[in-house]
Design a protein around this ligand. Structure first.
Ligand SMILES: Nc1ncnc2c1ncn2[C@@H]1O[C@H](COP(=O)(O)OP(=O)(O)OP(=O)(O)O)[C@@H](O)[C@H]1O
Ligand SMILES: [Mg+2]
Length: 383
């Protein structure tokens, strides 16, 4: 997938920005607060219908204005062109999304059609935050490649809420919830086992990509690992049926604790992914640069995974990727990006890029200043 052209109107600090994108590396250079991240957010509207920060449309709307528009021309690997447009108007109050002038009713149906991989400083939460952040990352990646998984996940969350409500009521009323719980247990175990098996398969397929990317970025001196840690004692090789049985047994074991706490103590919603570098848990021992390197490796792995499952080269959005990387790792990263399709990279300075990227043709450099984006050649500073 490739973005040929993007236009932002009334979007964040962009009054009217037009970018003719290069098919390779597009670098957006500018000082703090000039509108680089805002530009990437525009690409996220094209690919995901929304902001990658989870910002709502009225926050994205340029202050003092009543409407915004993100308009783009995208081109698939096979050469099919898509005109994509997201428009928001305060009078209407709702965003509209169009592909080739046809309005899209269910925005979730767009997920996976224009695959995108985003690395922003928020990804820090994946390696340094709570287990829920790692589950969110994993669920997001798998959902882009499997609609069935997304459905199971939404079902599971609904079942879990019901089950927890019963447990909490029972705790407060000191009644025995066993009979009420029974049908919910069956449903929980059914969806939960499917989710667990899928996540284990995902982790097994995904982690070699992470290890490979880390090696490319860092070299042989550091060795990373990624392991799925479940609250149910299952193993990679177990079938859905076996997993179901183990989940039932674990629910039985945790029943007294559940009564005391009023919440479900075992299941995919309690699981985690553990990362290590040289056998030391990343969360407790790693440096900032090692965290960043694992985050980059995860995103490179996501790229490979989506490329395979969506049968389309994803677009890469890398926000402030060079901060915390030393010159060696930055150089290796640029080497990795060469041949990975189209990338948009923000940076406050181009010292990491000097001598590493050939400008013109495949790669372009832009300057971002107070919400305007200017191509270097047009700015008259060709080097
Ligand atoms: N809805 C909005 N309307 C107008 N301006 C906005 C809106 N939202 C954010 N801004 C402005 O956009 C600027 C921030 O832009 P952005 O986050 O893209 O900066 P950046 O170039 O990525 O900077 P940094 O290098 O610090 O990350 C701020 O000056 C902010 O006030
Ligand atoms: Mg920024």
């Amino acid at each position: 997938m490739n973005v040929r052209r993007i236009q932002l109107k009334g979007f964040r600090n962009h009054e009217h920005t037009e970018i003719d994108c290069a098919p390779g590396i597009n670098v957006l250079l500018g000082k703090n607060g000039e509108g680089k991240t805002n530009t990437l957010e525009g690409f996220s509207y094209l690919c995901l219908t929304k902001s990658f920060f989870g910002s709502n449309d009225s926050t994205v709307l340029r202050s003092g204005q009543t409407a915004f528009e993100v308009d783009g021309l995208l081109c698939s690997d096979a050469g099919t062109e898509y005109r994509v447009r997201a428009a928001f108007d305060t009078h209407q109050g709702e965003k509209e999304f169009f592909i080739n002038t046809s309005p899209i009713e269910r925005f979730s149906s767009v997920i996976g059609q224009f695959p995108v991989v985003i690395l922003s400083p928020e990804a820090g939460a994946i390696t340094g935050g709570a287990p829920a952040e790692r589950r969110r990352f994993m669920d997001f990646v798998i959902s882009q490649s499997s609609k069935r998984y997304l459905e199971d996940l939404l079902d599971y969350r609904r079942i879990l809420r019901q089950r927890n409500r019963i447990l909490l009521d029972a705790k407060l009323g000191r009644t025995d919830p066993s009979r009420e719980l029974e049908p919910w247990d069956t449903e929980l175990v059914d969806r939960g086992a499917r989710i667990l098996v899928k996540r284990r398969t995902f982790a097994a397929e995904f982690s070699p990509h992470v290890v490979q990317a880390y090696r490319q970025l860092v070299g042989e001196l550091e060795s990373p690992s990624m392991n799925y840690r479940s609250s149910i004692p299952t193993e990679e090789t177990q079938t859905e049926q076996e997993t179901r049985k183990l989940f039932e047994q674990q629910l039985e074991r945790t029943r007294p604790d559940e009564r005391r706490s009023g919440t479900t103590m075992a299941g995919p919603h309690r699981d985690d992914i553990e990362f290590t570098v040289n056998n030391l848990a990343l969360k407790h021992y790693a440096s900032q640069g090692q965290h960043k390197s694992v985050q980059i490796s995860l995103k490179m792995a996501e790229f490979r995974y989506l490329e395979e499952y969506c049968r389309e080269t994803p677009i890469l959005l890398l926000d402030d990727v060079f901060s915390e990387l030393d010159a060696d790792r930055a150089e290796r990263l640029l080497g990795m990006l060469d041949g990975m399709g189209q990338a948009f990279i923000t940076a406050t300075g181009d010292e990491m890029l000097r001598g590493q990227v050939t400008w013109g043709g495949k790669n372009k450099k832009f300057f971002v200043q107070r919400g305007t984006v200017v191509y270097e050649e047009a700015a008259g500073v060709v080097r």
